[in-house]
Write a protein that binds this ligand. Structure first.
Ligand SMILES: *Cc1c(COP(=O)(O)O)cnc(C)c1O
Length: 429
């Protein structure tokens, strides 16, 4: 239905008929897969709705507080709703948590003391965490406060190195940081079930190790979250999945009361904790984004699966591949040349609702050893639940892309990425 009208519209919006014909066949084969994704979204939607109803969410919760923010019932209710969704004891959900990195920093710094050791049993953590922990020397790092770090890499097949983990756990090991998403690393994303097995193993060695999961990019991709399988803390960013594209800023920390409180004493001040923090009118978009998040995440997952299948069929290595189960929203495509990476990103940019007329170019971003290209035309700056792509300009020329508030926009972005490669003679269709 509407096939000809859609094709005509896509052609008018810059997509060649050859590309439409080629991709239509691939899309048709994804119906069953997409139905499965819809059912995950449906379960998560009900979970979010129930938490809002159970907490008697009402418009009094949408009013703004200023100054200290004492008695902000909207903020307190938002935190209870998060706690309920994650089946956790408590939550800290704040616009003052300014990014995922900040939320992770607050959770770590609040729960570690000099002499403690952090363990990463899943290899190198996300780039920005290297500075936080002090893996790379950095002013104000946890290392400067006498907190040490040990790391056990995943096995070549992506599995956990249980013997290695057992060997490094010692009397100082206080907290294990477990990153769910591969982020921009070359390793598989962990399923919540795998995280559960890992936590069980760690607790069997030393029951009082705090198991913290970096949940960035993972929320609502499955029907359970790491706190359902034993995580003591779960941390993420509101300009990724749980903000639903509506939250203008913020982060969350959910888990055991004691550990969430420790984080709150670090975010505000010892003795103040969760009691302070004006929300300045941001409760409404934080609730609304959370309400939309299950659906938005399912759209992003569909886009990732669609892209994997298209680029895989054209012979490019993709991670995850076209048929694997999904545990986060990130898709990596190895395009084999700088020209192809640039064309791909130009396509994502040209398909955006914001800044579609801008041409992204590679540049030497601070903190990177090579030029990096980034494509994003987002309503919220840096929001990566919105359709976005980035790639370091170096072999093997892999582009990482994620997001899409709607499946239709994600689809158009991917068609446009292929269009740009096609126009430059970089791909045969
Ligand atoms: C994005 C991300 C972070 C950091 O979040 P920012 O909001 O970019 O600071 C940390 N860990 C993972 C796995 C991420 O994907």
């Amino acid at each position: 239905m509407f096939t000809e009208e859609l094709n005509k519209t896509y052609r008018a919006m810059g997509i060649d008929q050859k590309i439409l014909d080629y991709t239509q066949e691939i899309e048709n084969k994804l119906n069953e897969r997409f139905y499965h994704i819809d059912k995950i979204a449906e379960l998560n939607q009900l979970k979010v709705l129930k938490a809002m109803q159970d907490n008697r969410l009402s418009d009094v919760h949408f009013s703004a507080t200023t100054g200290y923010g004492y008695n902000d019932i909207g903020r307190d209710t938002l935190e209870q709703v998060y706690a309920d969704i994650f089946h956790a004891e408590d939550a800290l959900v704040r616009p003052q948590l300014m990014s995922g990195t900040h939320a992770l920093t607050v959770a770590l710094a609040g729960n570690l003391r000099p002499g403690d050791e952090i363990l990463s049993p899943v290899g190198k953590p996300y780039d920005t965490l290297e500075g936080v922990i002090g893996i790379t020397e950095s002013k104000g790092s946890l290392a400067e406060y006498g907190i040490t770090y040990s790391q056990v890499d995943l096995l070549p097949d992506g599995g956990f190195d249980l013997d290695g983990i057992k060997a490094v756990i010692n009397s100082k090991t206080k907290l294990a940081t477990i990153q769910r998403s591969k982020g921009y690393a070359d390793r598989p994303t962990l399923s919540v079930a795998q995280i559960g097995e890992l936590i069980k193993f760690i607790k069997a060695q030393k029951p009082d190790i705090i198991c913290m999961v970096d949940n960035c990019y993972g929320e609502f991709v499955e029907v359970i979250e790491p706190t359902d399988v034993g995580a003591d803390l779960c941390v993420g960013s509101l300009i990724k999945n749980p903000g639903g594209g509506i939250a203008p800023t913020g982060g969350y920390i959910v888990g055991k009361t004691e550990y969430v409180e420790n984080a709150a004493y670090r975010l505000s001040a010892p003795g103040l904790g969760k009691e302070v923090g004006a929300t300045l009118g941001l409760n409404a978009p934080l609730f609304q984004g959370l309400f939309l998040a299950p659906c938005v995440v399912s759209n992003a997952v569909k886009g990732a699966i669609y892209a994997a299948n298209i680029y895989e069929s054209l012979g490019y290595p993709v991670l995850p591949n076209g048929s694997e189960d999904r545990y986060d929203i990130i898709q990596a495509v190895t395009l084999k040349s700088a020209e192809a990476v640039i064309a791909f990103c130009e396509g994502i940019q040209a398909a955006a609702p914001v800044d579609s007329y801008v041409t992204p170019v590679p540049w030497g971003m601070p903190g990177y050893t090579c030029d990096v290209i980034m494509a994003a035309g987002a309503f919220v700056q840096g929001s990566s639940i919105e359709l976005s792509a980035d790639a370091p300009i170096k072999p093997p020329y892999t582009v990482f892309f994620q997001g899409g508030l709607t499946w239709y926009h994600a689809k158009y972005g991917i068609l446009m990425s292929l269009q740009k490669m096609f126009e430059k003679g970089l791909v045969d269709i």
